[in-house]
Design a protein around this ligand. Structure first.
Ligand code: GAP
Length: 499
């Protein structure tokens, strides 16, 4: 169980990002003093601020910007039948294979994809594509014997034992289970939710009725989800305990595709608006659809280790509500008084879902903001500068206040400025250390503004503001500080781009 963070980050840029995340208090390995718990992470003092800002931004972009979307916070524990109805008990599994020599377990698709990457790196592009096509076709047919044979034929070896001494391919359910109540037994088994979406489906009627919601409308939720991921790699990209930000949009049957296309574009615009560049984002249509979907697409982001799924947009049909209707014996019917034809007025709504991992978005933002620039300093020497180019609206700390020296009444004046700012913005006060070093430290956590109080401040009531991205320094009256910062850190800068 104990494993060090982590052996998989071969990419040099990614290694730097992971090291930076730890060094500056963004992310720590869970239970690190016990050698860590694999694929489980803690957010540190700076990381939690960034993550909260990301979640708050998403929440507002859903519930505040859209008049017909409301939020809920459902419990993690749910009735066991929820997961029977949703299909997770029977279908939420991945084909796995174990190496008999190393005892290491692999996801079959990851094992084959890694082989395809090797073939590509050897210039055997066609062979790689054939291999992936064969794999897709076998996965679609759930032909496990065929997948086993493909691994043997391709001589795909375990990267620890280097042997092809494999077990047969088996399905492995990804849900964590536990017991509720004092007496353990089959009937008490409950699951840690593997997605937050089901908490929304089972509350559809509650919210629709108490909120007098009219279709189309959405329910948004942010919360923890748990999956017993077998292949835990790439830092917080794939975790066993993570947070999802999901929104289910309830629509009339037959109107799901136009809403699906609408949300595809909206979610892509959101990711652009928070600073992820267009060239690092792309759509990837699902070829093999999940059991509940009639259309599905991923928005992929180009992480340092390649384009990978960041968000999913799924047209889930009426599958979930119909299933809950069947197993709970509660009618999940909406009465649509705007429809004229009587026989079409009552229906089970269709659902378009947007689903993004808060941790995965955090990682994308962290990777994207990690900026190294090389320039020549005053002495003519080449210097590399490092800073996090975070959108000011989500930066963990908005402004840092420093007295130039720790005497002559400057700390007192600086604290006055700090008191003035701290209730409106996340503000840090620091009187230790040289100003240059303090600026650098703020660059490392992406603080957009540094404010320095010097001797002149005592006479002219003005301060020096240093801007993170340009390192430009300007003199500004204390009375104008709040307005300057507020303008830059306002969420409206992002929301205006979403209209
Ligand atoms: N309700 C639909 C659903 O859960 P999903 O594609 O399995 O769909 C949605 O997950 C998003 O949740 C992913 O795009 C990803 O951002 C995030 N996610 C899924 N598994 C994750 C994991 N093990 N660690 C971190 N984030 C994960």
């Amino acid at each position: 169980m104990a494993q060090k963070q982590n052996n998989q980050q071969e990419n040099p840029l990614f290694q730097k990002v992971v090291a930076h995340a730890k060094e500056y208090g963004f992310v720590f390995q869970s239970s690190e003093v016990y050698d860590g718990l694999q694929a489980v992470y803690d957010y540190g003092q700076i990381g939690v601020q960034l993550k909260n800002n990301i979640k708050q931004l998403w929440w507002k972009a859903m519930t505040q910007v859209n008049e017909n979307i409301v939020g809920i916070d459902a419990a993690i524990f749910m009735h066991p039948l929820v997961w029977k109805a949703s299909g997770h008990v029977d279908n939420f599994s991945d084909p796995m294979i174990d190496n008999k020599d190393s005892k290491k377990r692999y996801r079959v698709d990851h094992l084959i994809e890694e082989k395809a990457e090797v073939l590509k790196s050897e210039g055997k592009i066609q062979d790689a594509e054939n291999l992936l096509a064969q794999m897709d076709s076998l996965l679609a047919k759930e032909d496990f014997a065929g997948l086993y044979q493909l691994i043997i034929d391709q001589k795909i070896a375990c990267n620890i034992s280097n042997t092809i001494n494999w077990t047969e391919v088996r399905q492995f359910n990804l849900m964590f289970s536990t017991q509720m109540g004092a007496v353990a037994g089959e009937s008490d088994t409950i699951y840690l939710r593997p997605e937050t979406a089901q908490g929304i489906f089972v509350n559809f009627l509650n919210v629709q009725k108490t909120g007098r919601m009219k279709i189309p409308f959405g329910i948004a939720q942010i919360g923890k989800a748990f999956r017993n991921e077998i292949v835990a790699k790439q830092f917080i990209f794939r975790m066993r305990e993570f947070e999802q930000m999901e929104m289910q949009y309830f629509v009339r049957p037959g109107e799901e595709m136009q809403n699906y296309n609408h949300w595809k574009q909206k979610r892509m615009s959101f990711l652009h608006a928070i600073g992820l560049p267009a060239e690092k984002l792309r759509f990837h249509d699902h070829v093999k659809l999940a059991h509940y979907a009639n259309a599905a697409v991923d928005i992929e982001y180009e992480f340092p280790f390649g384009f990978k799924e960041l968000e999913g947009i799924h047209s889930r049909t009426d599958f979930d509500l119909t299933q809950h209707q069947a197993l709970s014996k509660t009618k999940m019917i909406y009465f649509d008084e705007e429809i004229q034809e009587k026989e079409k007025q009552r229906y089970v709504p269709y659902v378009v879902e947007t689903s993004i991992g808060a941790d995965r978005l955090f990682l994308a933002i962290l990777c994207n903001s990690y900026t190294e620039t090389t320039g020549v300093d005053a002495k003519g020497e080449e210097k590399t500068r490092l800073y996090l180019k975070l959108h000011p609206a989500i930066a963990p700390v908005k402004v840092a206040v420093f007295p130039l020296v720790k005497k002559d009444g400057l700390p007192e004046k600086a604290r006055e400025v700090f008191e003035e700012l701290r209730y409106d913005f996340d503000t840090i006060y620091e009187e230790k250390g040289a100003i240059g070093k303090n600026y650098t430290r703020m660059d490392m956590i992406g603080t957009p503004f540094c404010v320095t109080i010097d001797h002149d401040t005592l006479n002219d009531e003005a301060v020096t503001v240093r801007f993170r991205d340009t390192t430009e320094q300007v003199r500004i009256a204390i009375k104008d500080l709040k307005a300057l910062i507020a303008k830059e850190v306002s969420l409206k800068n992002i929301f205006d781009k979403l209209k």
